[in-house]
Write a protein that binds this ligand. Structure first.
Ligand SMILES: Cc1cc2nc3c(=O)[nH]c(=O)nc-3n(C[C@H](O)[C@H](O)[C@H](O)COP(=O)(O)OP(=O)(O)OC[C@H]3O[C@@H](n4cnc5c(N)ncnc54)[C@H](O)[C@@H]3O)c2cc1C
Length: 99
């Protein structure tokens, strides 16, 4: 029985799922219409470069490491970060599904 459903596994959906899991909901389901995490960035053009720096793009609870924050992520780096974030907080293992 699923008690919470999050629609979309973009950055917002990944964080919403992680927060629900942390609040004690262990039956959260995040549904994504595409094949992967990352939202708009995952489906963006190949040479997409974020205009916000890593300092403003990363999440406060998942630090990228000293010296790596004064940088502008490529599409792959951004999607890689959000995938790592999801894995770190067990979002992928427990609750994420492509539909
Ligand atoms: C070219 C470009 C450059 C950008 N650069 C920046 C930047 O530098 N910095 C910045 O902060 N922001 C930037 N943005 C904005 C960026 O898109 C948002 O910050 C971010 O993607 C918002 O995340 P989100 O999870 O809310 O939404 P999205 O990334 O839009 O994710 C929504 C997800 O929901 C899924 N979905 C939608 N409907 C359904 C459904 N019915 N069923 C299942 N799944 C569904 C979609 O497939 C998608 O994966 C940029 C956007 C674009 C287009």
């Amino acid at each position: 029985m699923v008690s919470c459903i999050v629609i979309g596994a973009g950055p917002g959906g990944i964080v919403a799922t992680k927060e629900l899991l942390e609040k004690g909901f262990d039956d959260v389901l995040c549904l994504e219409q595409s094949n992967g995490l990352g939202g708009v960035f995952a489906s963006g053009y190949d040479n997409l470069l974020l205009t916000s720096s890593v300092t403003f793009s990363m999440f406060s609870d998942f630090w990228v490491g000293e010296g790596k924050n004064h940088h502008f992520w490529t599409k792959d780096e951004a999607v890689g970060y959000w995938s790592d974030y999801a894995n770190h907080f067990n979002v992928t293992d427990q609750s994420w599904r492509a539909i």
